[in-house]
Design a protein around this ligand. Structure first.
Ligand SMILES: *[C@@H]1O[C@H](CO)[C@@H](O)[C@H](O)[C@H]1NC(C)=O
Ligand SMILES: *[C@@H]1O[C@H](CO)[C@@H](O)[C@H](O)[C@H]1NC(C)=O
Length: 992
């Protein structure tokens, strides 16, 4: 099956593979023409009748050559009196149908452009012998249109080693001695998605504060002027994007700097305005320049004139109009409804016909974004003219709410998507640093493409930095979607992306770091993490999570420290900073969580932990400063975003550390110098607390069996003096270390003891053993050794031990602690034998290991009752008899029902019981969102529980069917009565 699919995609995407070709080489072994070396730079020849934007890009290419070899090229403008004298190598760039230079090459038969002619944004690049008199050979870049030529030029720049991020993320080019061009013709077809852009949004505080240090304020707001936008437009073009919604929080693109729209047009960027700003006018124009209020029913004539002026003003420039209307400033209008909106759009289209002096408004591209409440009008039956692109929105959290249905795919305006990498709104903002899972993007973007949303893809990128990676991936996917059709492509793409910024030597390791980062950061937005998120008593969860962050930081630091100094600022911006920043946030919250519990437990180390939290809080600031100080302050203020101390959805006005607590270190606990707690417990013995029964001196460990983990006991100081301890139990209970001394200050106040079992010598079946922890240090205020034990009793830990074994013939998951936890990629069998519907593993998807999903995205609905539907089975072995209410919880990736007639569904059964079908996300109107939505996006997972009867202990099989594409399963937990509270769920069970 897999082989079949590879062959199919190879044939289908043959041209795309060809298009990945590299023409540039840095040694002669591949043959070809010497293009540049440390003494020679090619001349770049462009026609005088060429698009200004192509001439401008040729200028970039000439400097890109200098960035690589140290010698800039010269751009020479070709005209009819051109006379080649140069013996230098030559690059010719131009546009078919525009440049007479290219036209002459076509006419003389030197190039044949039949395969690209008329193809949107396509181009070809080839070596040509004797293109013009006096030039023996030239590298010719011929674009089918203006952006085709520009992309062709930037293709060569990128192959030379100049990153699209050379300025915006300071990626230096690798110096080269010589540059050769191979004699291959590269044909680049049209991009997969026609309009590909981003939206600078909620660009305050970071981008705006940074901007204020570099550009003078405009008449009405911050300096979002054409000098600033030029750097953005160039970035977009180098990333092969072509479309943009400008910043609008406190700025007005067309008004702040009248050169803004002309600059965009010259560069080749199609301007739009956001979903809430119709007819090429910004929100703040509505409040500054509109006569009367922004309301259709109350101010129709003025609003119409206001919109007409927008079209008049944008007419000279390539513009994609936002249609429709919302309330003022990204809000729902209280007075609009589906029928007034239809009326408004009809007026808007007639304004376009009038302004463009045409009877056919379809000549101007238009879109209507079905964002938030607008989607609700659509679901109510709002009629959208078919030449307007329907721009479907995600739920602001990267889950597409809806995609074209079969009867919507043939609309002439097509469909597109509005997608988020940054967001301000409920349940909480996420606008600090990158939290994007590229694998999540993979599943949504590929699906959007397969479901025919191919006209517009636009990404909300907040302040632009530090979202370089998701931006790069989004545009790579939009440019050539089929080339990334397999989930395995993500890691390969990442390696290639890293290689282009930092070289191949660190590519694979850094790609793994970035993929791991996306799992750790994707578990929950930083803004929603708090000290209660991860369990500090169950499954060793918080410690494991923090260790994973520490490992990530170590790996990133190891690469960073061996990199050439010239690469370090960029590596810091693109890789290291987010690892360090994420680790620091987790270290703050997890240490605060421990501090809070330890203070209840009276631990002396409480105070050290309070200091640890304060240290990490200081480190958070130091990291911000380090970012701001980079490259002499180039990015000062870019990390101004607050991210600690959230109280509700909106950002806190000032970073605030989570609360920490202190114990009175000058006094001994009433219950003595020594405290004891254990795995799975908040309580402490000896003494009283709200977590264990009054006057009891006993805590109980989670049960131990041969398939479960070891357990731990914490012994700690609660007093003013050093205290010794000694552990004793039955011979098969191994506690390590079994004695020691705890100090009343410094680093040795607490000790974690590991409890394991000598299974060979343990009694069969279920037994309970006791662990005694004693001290010979006088432990009480009366100093005679009888207090406090005299009044509180000696601390004891009870260990339930269950010596069990699954038969040697069994293969699968084995119960431990009345729990079976499954990572879905570890299936026992995969009955998936048709290319029409099959299962695929998505590595690094979701919160733990990976996801599994039904492919292709266009697969028909499946049925648990059909033997031709793919099915995963999981063998498991239980010891607990007669569980009539075993709860099976399935964790899926967040997802919405993009086709209301085919809501997401899965089915599960155990053994031969009838399958239970579950729809995780209820069907609702497009807006408002279902009630479970807030919890789903906050937890970065949907969970659903079904109840099963497992009356007999022994071997069983769990059957899983994914009934619709778009649902990704990331964990399965069967609770036989032992599952404990945690964020990520129990770690995976032992597989034998
Ligand atoms: C290339 O040109 C740019 C812009 O004029 C200039 O800043 C840079 O120093 C030049 N590079 C070389 C190597 O001459
Ligand atoms: C490129 O290859 C073609 C055919 O293989 C050959 O005719 C042509 O001369 C070559 N061009 C250059 C510049 O080497």
């Amino acid at each position: 099956m897999t082989a079949l699919r590879v062959i199919v995609s190879f044939i289908y995407f043959g041209w795309a593979i060809h298009a990945q070709q590299s023409l540039i080489a840095f040694n002669q072994s591949a043959g070809g023409l010497l293009l540049a070396d440390s003494s020679t730079a090619p001349i770049v020849l462009v026609g005088d009748d060429e698009w200004t934007g192509v001439q401008r890009a040729a200028g970039d290419l000439s400097q890109d050559v200098g960035r690589v070899t140290g010698v800039n090229s010269t751009v020479i403008t070709y005209n009819s009196s051109f006379n080649a004298q140069s013996s230098s190598p030559v690059i010719i760039a131009g546009t078919v149908g525009k440049s007479s230079l290219i036209q002459s090459l076509i006419q003389s038969g030197k190039i044949n452009v039949d395969q690209i002619r008329g193809q949107w944004e396509s181009y070809q690049i080839q070596l040509v012998s004797n293109p013009l008199d006096g030039i023996s050979s030239a590298l010719v870049i011929a674009g089918a249109d203006k952006r085709g030529s520009i992309y062709g030029i930037y293709d060569i720049s990128e192959q030379l080693g100049v990153s699209p991020w050379y300025w915006w993320a300071d990626v230096p080019a690798t110096p080269q001695q010589s540059v050769y061009v191979q004699n291959i013709t590269k044909l680049q077809p049209s991009p997969s998605v026609k309009y590909r852009g981003f939206f600078l949004n909620d660009e305050q505080p970071a981008l705006t504060n940074w901007l204020n240090t570099r550009y003078p304020a405009g008449k009405y707001g911050p300096g979002f002027n054409h000098y600033f936008y030029s750097t953005v437009f160039e970035l977009l073009l180098r990333l092969r994007a072509n479309y943009m919604w400008p910043a609008q929080w406190a700025s007005m693109f067309y008004v702040d700097d009248p050169l803004n729209p002309a600059t965009a047009d010259e560069y080749g960027i199609v301007m739009g305005t956001s979903h809430t700003e119709p007819m090429a006018r910004n929100t703040n124009e509505q409040s500054n320049f509109l006569n009367g209020t922004w309301g259709w029913s109350v101010n129709r004539a003025n609003v119409t004139e206001f919109m007409r002026q927008g079209a008049e003003r944008a007419k000279p420039y390539e513009t994609l109009y936002t249609m429709g209307m919302r309330g003022l400033g990204d809000t729902a209008s209280p007075t609009l409804n589906a029928s007034t909106l239809e009326q408004i759009v009809s007026v808007q289209q007639s304004l376009l016909r009038e302004v463009y002096n045409t009877t056919n408004s379809s000549i101007v591209p238009q879109m209507w974004c079905l964002y938030k409440e607008v989607g609700g009008y659509f679901a109510d039956g709002l009629n959208v003219p078919e030449d307007i692109t329907l721009l479907w929105s995600d739920d602001n959290w990267a889950d597409m709410q809806r995609l074209p249905l079969a009867n919507e795919t043939h609309r002439s305006g097509g469909a597109g998507i509005y997608y988020h990498a940054d967001y301000v709104g409920d349940p909480r903002d996420y606008k600090w640093i990158d939290t994007i899972s590229l694998q999540k993007y993979w599943s949504e973007l590929q699906q959007a493409y397969d479901r025919q949303a191919r006209q517009i893809w636009i990404l909300n990128v907040g302040d632009l930095k530090p979202l370089e990676l998701p931006i790069s991936y989004f545009f790579a996917s939009a440019y050539n979607t089929p080339s990334l059709s397999s989930p395995n492509s993500t890691q390969t793409w990442l390696s290639q992306w890293v290689a282009r910024q930092f070289g191949t030597q660190v590519a694979d390791a850094t790609a793994s770091i970035l993929l791991n980062y996306s799992v750790l950061a994707g578990r929950r937005k930083y803004e929603l993490v708090d000290p209660t998120t991860y369990s500090i008593i169950n499954y060793n969860e918080a410690n494991s999570v923090l260790e994973q962050w520490q490992d990530l930081v170590n790996a990133a630091n190891a690469i960073y420290s061996q990199l050439d100094a010239s690469l370090q600022p960029s590596y810091f911006e693109l890789v290291l900073h987010k690892c360090l920043a994420g680790f620091t946030i987790y270290a703050i919250h997890i240490n605060a969580a421990k501090n809070n519990l330890y203070s209840e437990q009276g631990r002396t180390s409480t105070n050290t932990l309070a200091q640890t939290v304060m240290n990490y809080f200081a480190q958070d600031h130091a990291l911000t400063q380090q970012y701001h100080a980079l490259l002499n302050g180039k990015w000062n203020h870019m990390m101004d975003q607050t991210h600690l101390g959230y109280q509700y959805w909106q950002q806190p006005m000032r970073n605030a550390m989570p609360a920490v607590s202190m114990v009175q270190q000058r006094e001994i606990a009433l219950s003595g110098q020594l405290g004891v707690t254990c795995d799975g417990n908040n309580g402490t013995v000896p003494g009283d607390d709200m977590y264990h029964s009054l006057s009891s001196n006993v805590l109980t460990l989670p049960p131990m069996d041969p398939y479960g983990p070891s357990r731990w006991i914490d012994v700690f100081s609660r007093g003013t003096d050093a205290v010794n301890f000694n552990v004793s139990s039955e011979p098969h209970i191994i506690v390590s270390p079994s004695n020691g001394i705890l100090q009343a200050m410094g680093n040795y106040t607490d000790m974690r003891l590991t409890v394991s079992i000598d299974w060979a010598n343990a009694p069969n079946g279920s037994t309970i053993s006791l662990i005694n922890i004693t001290t010979t240090t006088p432990t009480g205020v009366y100093d005679n050794g009888t207090y406090p034990y005299g009044s509180f009793g000696k601390p004891q830990i009870q260990v339930p031990v269950n010596k069990t074994s699954a038969p040697a013939s069994f293969h699968g998951f084995v119960e431990s602690d009345r729990t079976i936890s499954i990572e879905p990629e570890h299936f026992s069998s995969n009955a998936s034998n048709s290319s029409a519907a099959y299962y695929e593993v998505i590595a690094a998807y979701g919160r733990t290991l990976s996801g599994v999903t039904l492919q292709p995205f266009t697969a028909p609905s499946q049925s648990a009752n059909s033997s031709s539907s793919p099915k995963f089975t999981y063998n498991f072995y239980t010891f607990t008899p007669n569980v009539t209410n075993a709860n099976l919880t399935l964790y899926a990736g967040t997802a919405m029902n993009t086709d209301p007639s085919r809501p997401l569904k899965y089915a599960v059964s155990i053994d031969s019981a009838a399958p239970q079908v579950v729809q995780p996300n209820p069907l609702t109107h497009l807006w408002p969102l279902p009630a479970m939505w807030g919890g789903m996006v906050a937890n970065a997972a949907m969970t659903n529980t079904t109840t099963h009867s497992i009356t007999k202990a022994g071997q069983h099989t769990l059957n899983l069917w994914l009934l619709e594409p778009g649902l990704v399963v990331q964990k399965l937990v069967l609770d036989l009565g032992g599952v404990r509270p945690s964020y990520l769920g129990p770690p995976e069970s032992t597989i034998v």
